[in-house]
Design a protein around this ligand. Sequence first.
Ligand SMILES: [Zn+2]
Length: 253
Amino acid sequence: MPEGDTVWHTAAVLRAGLAGKSLTHCDIRVPRYATVDLSGLTVDEVVSRGKHLFIRIGPASVHSHLKMDGSWRVHPPGGSSRAGHRIRIILATADVQAVGIDLGVLEVLDRASDMDAVAHLGPDLLGDDWDAGMATRNLTAEPQRALAAALLDQRVMAGIGNVYCNELCFIAGRRPTSAVGSLPDPARLVRRARDMLWLNRSRWNRATTGDTRKGRDLWVYGRAGLPCRRCGASIEMDPTGDRITYWCPRCQR
Ligand SMILES: [Zn+2]
């Protein structure tokens, strides 16, 4: 599932492949933008904000959001893609082809105002302008709110998806349904969130435990019924809400 670190890494890959180069081909398979042709223009920069991506090309900005299943692939031109009908956009230069697959959001914006699309977001956990103080104030603004709901709210801070949400609840010793106001040290949890995404931003195999080996990489997410790494209790799961939650019944209150 794409979270802020995946999007940051995707932006880096797109930047390395496209930035500074002229587009030789542009194919946008969204009816509203089917006639938009950016070929001949130069890709100036690729920017990520939270879980949003912007590819700035001349006067345009291609805004995408990966949502649940989206991805961008960068590879040499001409190679056939197995994605077929799931392809939403192809941007090609003389030596590289960037293909957007199953993108949850894809729109072509005016570059001058593209950041309006993310004006509602809280501080970006991987942004140059990351503001831990503001993120902490946002997180604690509604003390009665469930911790998981607050962590997933991109207006609080941008970049946390459901994996990090569950892992952060474990690290805080609080259940996903616990009130934010029960956190002993909200500023510390915000720091841990930043550290987690920062450490994982340049790799695809995400780890929150400090051990990137498969099966040892997460504390609770996806581990229902397995023993807690810290205390051995069986990890519990609730699949009934908007997002699945996982927690240790002994370590988390
Ligand atoms: Zn435990």
